[in-house]
Write a protein that binds this ligand. Structure first.
Ligand code: ZN
Length: 303
């Protein structure tokens, strides 16, 4: 029997231009990085499911908090002309055809327009609800979070990942449970067939998720979202950019710095050794060079 492997299609969405020093330790002051915020369509033929991984930048920026709109002026060149909805339309897929939306984390450049996806089940990491309601304490407070961003009746917030509960099914409908997939500590086999995994990837902000998709007998794609913002960091050429807060603590774009280094190391290991010997391609959400190289593989095509 031949297995119909899932496909992964990058989606042509928006871009933004933050200060490079926010990401790269060796970036000169004043330099900006213009980067895409990529989303992906994962199609799982065996279940006929369509999954969108991240929602990129919202088309109608005017619906954001006024404070965020002011912040976005510091991120130009910025474009929201293309979004997940328009990218899907290029292949005649309507947002109502989407079964699942995986929100890797709730920063504005990844959360798009959830209301476009009227029949999808949203999947978000542990504590996403508390984060959006600003109940996670002062260090994680963000005045621009929208408490009602995700539809309460169609959102599955994943449970925490204590190793003691490994193997215990937390979602009976899907048969989901946390399992390890060396070198990954915690992952969920979405269709219980070893082809699409939701991966716990801590460090950036609480509940940050990645995905691992088997697209061929000899190929995995690892969607890393914001676990790493630049290939130069991934390759070890430079470190996370850092600065000091008012209390003189070292801050990076990653809220839990040790966890971010551990997640990065897992991703490097996957790239170096593969998963059980099968090669893994690691794709970062903001990798402009990768986006240009892979232009021909964007939806309606696939990787
Ligand atoms: Zn981002």
């Amino acid at each position: 029997m031949t297995i119909a492997y899932p496909t992964v299609s990058p989606l042509k969405c928006g871009y933004l231009s933050p200060p490079a020093s926010k990401f790269l330790a060796d970036a000169p002051d004043g330099e900006k990085l213009t980067m895409p915020s990529m989303a992906f369509l994962i199609q799982h033929p065996a279940s006929k499911s369509k999954i969108v991984f991240d929602l990129s930048i919202r088309k109608d920026l005017a619906t954001h908090h006024p404070g965020l709109q002011a912040h976005l002026k510091t991120r130009i060149p910025l474009s929201s002309e293309n979004d997940v909805k328009s990218a899907l339309a290029l292949g005649n897929v309507d947002t109502s055809d989407i079964d699942y939306v995986i929100i890797t984390h709730v920063h504005w450049d990844h959360t798009g327009t959830p209301s476009d996806f009227g029949s999808a089940t949203f999947i978000a990491g542990h504590n996403t609800g508390k984060l959006l309601r600003n109940e996670m304490g002062p260090d994680l407070y963000n005045p621009f979070f929208e408490a009602d961003l995700l539809p309460a009746d169609r959102t599955i917030e994943l449970p925490p990942v204590p190793s003691s509960k490994k193997g215990e099914v937390f979602d009976k409908k899907h048969g989901w449970y946390w399992q390890s997939l060396s070198p990954i500590s915690n992952a969920i086999d979405m269709f219980n067939d070893g082809t699409v995994y939701i991966v716990d990837s801590p460090g950036h902000i609480p509940g940050h998720l990645n995905a691992l998709v088997r697209v061929a007998v000899d190929r995995w794609i690892y969607l890393a979202a914001d676990a790493c913002h630049h290939m130069r960091i991934f390759k070890g050429e430079t470190d996370f950019g850092s600065w000091k807060d008012e209390q003189c603590r070292t801050i990076t774009i990653h809220k839990d710095i040790p966890a971010a280094y551990r997640t990065l190391e897992v991703m490097r290991q996957l790239k170096r050794d593969g998963l059980n010997g099968v090669p893994v391609e690691v794709v970062l959400a903001h990798d402009g060079e990768w986006e240009r190289e892979k232009a021909d593989y964007f939806f309606p095509n696939h990787l």
